[in-house]
Design a protein around this ligand. Structure first.
Ligand code: GH3
Ligand code: MG
Ligand code: MG
Ligand code: MG
Length: 310
């Protein structure tokens, strides 16, 4: 484990470095607070620090304060070393953000035990952060396709629509639904069906530009967000997606599966006030139209008229 050792006194620094190295630590020796702060600010910082209180320039207290104010992850466990023993010093040290302190001269074994306690805190914190990040990912990513899930893509839609309104820009959405997907499941099994969903997601993403987004809206339905597209441009993008999906068969476990999809497109005009779900619902209506007209095609819809192409 890496530990940053901050001590302005060369002999103490050397002695402590030898001791810590003997205990198996990978020691990063630093002789002043400013250099230590520069190091601790970085991303791959050590997560354990042994810091002398009394140093010229930035002292140990100030260093602790800065590390805490910075609040970055992973958590850095700070142990202050002090020769001072005035009443209230300990309180001051802890208040500045130190997790623990040792008064010089100290017992080596006690220091070792306290550093071990620090390591436990650091690894507990790392586990918590990893668990929290995993939960965050689960909350927004569809585990099967890796695309944003329904709530994440609707969140993006809400943001993009308010931006389009603000900037008086165009925005189109497309609802994509795989044709006769139930038959694919029935003929090849659910695992093959899952693989088809993954491949369709990959093909769609490959056909979209970086500022366009696709999410899994539900079962075999995907929502696309197409900024800077009016209805006509939205249809062109949807057509590109449709042919990317239908262009060649999907080969799974020895079977060549022909997959097509139907797509409904709707758009808002710049500055227009439309609720996100109303736009989705218009795209849905267009999708039903595309299905009714024979599938494997793109249709559009707005409040006043519906047109079909394909
Ligand atoms: P249509 O052309 O009218 O859209 O017909 P369809 O068969 O695609 O539509 P339907 O709504 O009847 O069936 C959708 C099927 O999608 C039913 C459901 O079992 C399947 N499905 C939904 N989610 C998943 C999934 O995650 N994996 C697999 N393998 N199948 C799924
Ligand atoms: Mg000192
Ligand atoms: Mg469906
Ligand atoms: Mg379907």
């Amino acid at each position: 484990m890496r530990i940053i050792l901050v001590e302005d006194e060369p002999l103490s620094l050397r002695l402590l470095q030898v001791t810590l190295t003997g205990w198996g630590y990978d020691v990063v020796p630093v002789t002043n607070g400013v250099d230590a702060w520069r190091l601790l600010e970085q991303n791959d910082q050590p997560t354990l620090a042994l810091i002398d209180w009394m140093m010229p320039g930035m002292d140990g207290l100030e260093l602790c304060r800065r590390v805490r104010a910075n609040g970055r992850e992973p958590y850095v466990y700070l142990v202050l070393l002090t020769e001072r023993q005035a009443p209230g010093d300990n309180v001051l040290g802890l208040k500045s953000g130190a997790d623990d302190f040792m008064t010089k001269p100290f017992d080596d074994e006690e220091l070792r035990a306290r550093l071990k306690a620090g390591e436990r805190i650091v690894s507990l914190h790392a586990e918590l952060v990893a668990a929290r990040d995993a939960m965050r990912t689960l909350a927004i990513v569809d585990p099967l396709t890796g695309l944003p899930n329904r709530s994440a893509i609707l969140h993006t839609l809400t943001k993009e629509m308010s931006r389009a309104r603000r900037e008086v820009a165009q925005l189109a959405v497309a609802m994509v639904d795989i044709d006769h997907f139930k038959q694919i499941n029935d003929a090849h099994g659910h695992l093959a069906g899952d693989a088809v969903l993954r491949e369709v997601a990959t093909r769609m993403q490959g056909a979209l530009r970086t500022y366009e987004a696709a999410g899994r809206f539900g079962g075999e339905e995907f929502l696309l967000i197409l900024p800077a597209c009016d209805r006509e441009k939205g249809v062109l993008v949807a057509e590109r997606i449709r042919s990317a999906v239908a262009g060649k068969t999907i080969d799974i476990a020895g079977s060549s599966i022909a997959v097509t999809c139907s797509i409904g497109v709707a758009a808002m005009n710049g500055g227009e006030r439309v609720a996100p779900l109303d736009l989705v619902s218009a795209a849905d209506t267009a999708l039903y139209q595309a299905k009714a007209d024979g599938r494997n095609r793109v249709a559009t819809h707005d409040a006043h008229r519906a047109t079909v192409q394909g």
